[in-house]
Design a protein around this ligand. Sequence first.
Ligand code: HSE
Length: 310
Amino acid sequence: MNSVKAFAPATVANVSCGFDIFGFAIQEPGDTVELYKRDEPGIVITDITGDEGRLPRQAEKNSVTVVMLALLKHLGIKDLGCEVVLRKNMPLGSGMGSSAASAVAGVVAMNELLGNPLSRKELLPFAMEGERIASGSAHADNVGPSLLGGFVVIRSYNPLDIFTIPVPEDLYCTLVHPDIEINTKDARFILRNEVSLKNTIAQMGNVAGLVAGLMKADYDLISRSMVDVIIEPVRSILIPEFKEVKQAAISNGALGCSISGAGPSMFALSQGIENAQNAGKAMQERFASAGIESAVHVSGINQGGAVVLQ
Ligand code: HSE
């Protein structure tokens, strides 16, 4: 095999109450990585599109190639020569798992080029290293679902214990990206390190309720559990019109609405595509009334995750 192309989807991390432990993949958008073998050893980025020239072009600094270098090191491969093309189809600092999608597409493409020595799950720690480069924290709630698909739960980071849970077939996500940028590093820095017992109890109840609601297809329970008393109150101040947009989603059919990842994107979950579309329209209108343009993506939960395209 001399060339490979892989696609990895955008993701919604945290999913309201599950900071760093919940995430799911959507169908589109996503990033694509193309690899072309060459005779000379070394990994070289030859082109990146869709980043307005902002991402580093050096292989040791870009998360898309850092994950490949880590994989090659792990496998003891020193002489591979490869050109890398990254096609970004989502904005940086969007809360849509942009850096995760690039890292996942990169590591999946490289694994394929090598004849798939590692399983999908075994690739996860390498993809997490990409997140460390991009945001200073090796969280798995974007790379996990982008790599594996479905709704992912990270029960533990040390040791890593990650699994997917079933979700109702008629569950749809509305993802609205306002034309603002938030740096994940900054959005993590503003969080408090201590949490009160009262808030911990409330959050644990909602985490348990959301998992049970999704697994039992109990839409009322999903709706009641989409409450984040720890992270959302702090981070929502970074998103103009947050409260109004959230209310617009819920008043127009959504089960719940919160920040997607570190923001500024906001997501809603709904029963049925029609509710998801109505919520999206209302959220977009609300942002527009404050002079903020936004892009809306409505999608079912992507069960497959990253795919090799050729
Ligand atoms: N769980 C991470 C955070 C996701 O909220 O900082 C970042 O996309």
